[in-house]
Design a protein around this ligand. Structure first.
Ligand code: PPS
Length: 431
């Protein structure tokens, strides 16, 4: 019963824009006026393990509320990742002459983004302390990134953690030619489209180009201040940028690094350190222009707004995946437990819709919005997957996906695709 109420509530919350007709709206060819009147188009480069799902959730909620047209990938929830875009257009779901929001994972290619988004698009992204980012990337993707997985295997008979085995001699595990190793070294530089393997002469120029392109590079360590600046840029209220911390690992999955390990992470990710330090300085310059006292006061107001919303919406935080229903369970990996939230009971339908969205994990929200915009489900396999059909493991995965039509659900189990494709939406629209 509570599950059902949440789903109904989530639908009800959007009723001014999406009447509950049991038929999803077909995508309209032009961008909707509400968004255009109030905000510029936005491109958010979603960097890995930096807090980007929290920012994306803010944009998803805002975009949904104001009828934005999203530039979604045509397959899955990311653009041809980890390949560079080279040519973005085939990876965009067609059907619109103008997009308002692009905020799905990609490896940045500025020229391609500019081809797809309007000229007055605001470019934003988020960076996090490189040591914390790498520790999180390693913990989350240990079994997915080949370099990390090799270290994980090597660690099994050494009585040491995979991370410390990797950091002892990263070069022995890291093959730069392996396409899946993009995030294994300087992951933020990789996402920003920079050469993440080694410093070269074009780095200063590349940084300058990024500085010119991005209107705001947020800093995760100053999350609230970053959101205040974002709000000012996009014309938002404090309540619009209030948030719940999403996609966090359970405390016991986070490794505290001693000085020695931190130093090793820093030297392996020296380009990320350069990138972060550069944009941290740019951030404080922007903060100074905004006014430091004003920023402090507004960040405090945002925190108060966030706390009020948390009290209203959350009955339990840091809930392990086994205790969460499908709708609110974040994607898990083999090596990391990602925790979520339990929504408060006894809320009005409208408040439930609002609160469920605050804590809705990336994949669920992405597929909900995709379905709402296009009237069909997001497709599972990206075209680029074909060129990875080399190892027996990938062949088995391909067989599962394409022939048996199975998909990994959010708990990491293979299930029939018709069951996974947004159970939330199915329940709403099939009822
Ligand atoms: N508000 C805020 N402030 C600081 N840090 C935050 C915030 N929100 C999320 N996080 C942390 O960011 C990590 C998840 O990042 P992403 O959502 O970008 O990950 S993903 O690439 O989409 O999987 C994840 O880090 P770890 O828990 O260290 O893994 C989150 O805890």
């Amino acid at each position: 019963q509570p599950k059902w109420n949440q789903r109904r509530a989530a639908e009800k919350h959007t009723s001014p824009l999406t009447p509950n007709t049991h038929q999803p709206h077909k995508h309209k060819p032009t961008a909707r006026a509400e968004w255009q009147r109030a905000h510029p188009p936005v491109f958010f480069l979603k960097t890995h393990r930096t807090g980007s799902s929290t920012v994306q959730n803010i944009l998803f909620r805002l975009g949904e509320r104001e009828g934005a047209t999203f530039a979604f990938p045509s397959h899955t929830y990311q653009f041809n990742y980890p390949d560079s875009l080279h040519y973005l257009f085939p990876f965009i779901s067609q059907g619109s002459s103008q997009f308002n929001l692009l905020c799905s994972h990609m490896r940045l290619d500025l020229r391609e983004v500019r081809k797809v988004m309007p000229q007055n698009t605001v470019f934003i992204t988020l960076l996090r302390d490189p040591i914390k980012t790498f520790e999180s990337v390693f913990g989350y993707y240990t079994s997915i990134i080949p370099a990390f997985f090799s270290a994980h295997r090597a660690a099994a008979n050494k009585g040491k953690s995979a991370l410390s085995v990797f950091l002892d001699s990263p070069e022995t595990f890291w093959d730069p030619k392996e396409p899946g190793n993009g995030l294994a070294k300087n992951p933020m530089s990789f996402d920003m489209g920079l050469n993440n393997q080694k410093w070269n002469g074009s780095w200063p120029e590349d940084l300058a180009q990024l500085e010119e392109a991005f209107h705001l590079v947020m800093i995760a360590e100053h999350f609230d201040e970053s959101l205040v600046l974002l709000g000012a840029l996009l014309g938002l209220e404090h309540a619009d940028v209030a948030y719940l911390r999403l996609n966090a690992r359970a405390g016991n999955c986070v490794t505290e690094l001693d000085e020695n390990m931190q130093e090793k992470v820093r030297s392996w990710n020296v380009l990320d350190t350069l990138l972060y330090d550069f944009f941290k300085q740019v951030f404080w310059e922007k903060a100074a222009q905004f006014g430091l006292e004003r920023l402090k006061a507004e960040a405090a107001r945002l925190r108060a707004s966030t706390e009020k919303i948390q009290q209203k919406c959350v009955s339990k935080a840091e809930v392990p995946p086994g205790e969460l229903e499908d709708l609110l369970r974040p994607l898990q990996t083999e090596t990391a437990t990602i925790v979520g939230y339990e929504v408060r009971g006894n809320l009005s339908l409208q408040d439930q819709g609002f609160c469920v969205r605050m804590m809705l994990p990336e994949l669920q929200y992405h597929s909900h919005l995709y379905f709402k915009q296009y009237g069909r489900d997001m497709r599972a396999l990206q075209p680029s997957a074909w060129k990875f059909l080399v190892s027996p493991k990938t062949l088995i995965s391909w067989f599962r996906c394409v022939v048996l039509k199975l998909e990994l659900n959010s708990a990491g189990h293979w299930v029939s695709r018709s069951r996974i494709r947004d159970p939330w939406i199915r329940q709403i629209y099939n009822s």
